[in-house]
Design a protein around this ligand. Structure first.
Ligand SMILES: Nc1nc2c([nH]c(=O)n2[C@@H]2O[C@H](COP(=O)(O)OP(=O)(O)OP(=O)(O)O)[C@@H](O)[C@H]2O)c(=O)[nH]1
Ligand SMILES: [Mg+2]
Length: 140
């Protein structure tokens, strides 16, 4: 049986309703693909703790836990593990976004997300984000 890998990720949303995506650097698996910032939940961490830690490491900003809104999740069978990835929304943070791991980051309109190749696990999430950000959502 494949191990279950828990990864917490966030769609940061700016005032123009754009989403931040990051391109995985060359040394990582799935290099070149665009993803939501985040990473693996370690033993003893909550998903929210892990997300705040990863986002500080990757982007040098502080997320406050109460600003993290559960949005959706990915559940995807990769060859060597099964990924379970809660995706949070967050519209406020402290500090200036500064990529710390050699990744390229980009603010993208939801309608343009399909121009950026993402890992297969992320694909089902994109229409939900498009609906949220292009429609008259009560949540934003
Ligand atoms: N952060 C993130 N990971 C994703 C996404 N989609 C997706 O399939 N993954 C997969 O989730 C796994 C863990 O992500 P990660 O490499 O960011 O983990 P991490 O930050 O802890 O990295 P590290 O292990 O190099 O310290 C990878 O296999 C990655 O490909 C996504 O949108 N965001
Ligand atoms: Mg990561």
């Amino acid at each position: 049986m494949k191990p279950l890998l828990l990864v917490a990720a966030v769609a940061l949303i700016d005032d123009d309703k754009r989403v931040l995506i990051a391109q995985r650097p060359a040394r990582k698996s799935m290099a070149g693909l665009w993803e939501f910032p985040g990473g693996k939940v370690e033993a003893g961490e909550t998903p929210e703790d892990a997300l705040c830690r990863e986002i500080k490491e990757e982007l040098d900003i502080e997320l406050c836990r109460t600003c993290l809104a559960p949005f959706n999740f990915a559940s995807h069978a990769y060859e060597n593990f099964h990924l379970l990835m809660p995706l949070y929304l967050c519209r406020t943070w402290e500090g200036d976004i500064t990529p710390r791991e050699g990744q390229t980051v980009k603010w993208v309109r939801a309608l343009d997300l399909n121009r950026y190749p993402m890992p297969p696990a992320d694909e089902p999430l994109i229409p939900w984000l498009r609906d949220l950000l292009s429609g008259a959502s009560a949540h934003l």
